[in-house]
Design a protein around this ligand. Structure first.
Ligand code: SF4
Length: 117
């Protein structure tokens, strides 16, 4: 797993893990406070959402954002006021999961039920 940080490239602020380095120990599955990791049924190592990185680098939206018939998922640059995400965050009260963990997650929820927090 590695974290790269390129201030000018928002794509480089996502966390990825190397297929080559994963050994199937499942520690990260247990450690993830969001339940975001799972054991891949074929590779038998941990896996997670990659925000469809392979599509982002081609200027495409993540698949789940593109196919959702209700536009329940909005993807983009939070800093871009004109972007759909910028508009969405201005028009909705947004939350993150488990804010008390101070992990600065980049997945936001609108109108989240207090029970979930
Ligand atoms: S389709 Fe959605 S949930 Fe699946 S990897 Fe892409 S961004 Fe993540």
């Amino acid at each position: 797993m590695w974290v790269t940080h390129d201030a000018h490239n928002p794509l480089q602020r996502l966390i990825y893990h190397s297929v080559l380095l994963r050994i199937g120990c499942r520690y990260c599955i247990q450690a993830c406070p969001y339940g975001a990791r799972y054991l891949h049924p074929e590779t038998r190592v941990a896996d997670k959402c990659t925000f469809c990185y392979h599509r982002l680098v081609k200027g495409l939206l993540p698949v789940c954002v593109e196919v959702c018939p209700k536009q329940a998922r909005v993807f983009g640059d939070m800093k871009s006021i004109a972007s759909p995400l910028g508009r969405f965050t201005r028009m909705n009260k947004i939350h993150v999961l488990k804010p008390s963990l101070s992990t600065d997650p980049k997945v936001y929820y609108a109108n989240l039920d207090g029970e979930v927090n």
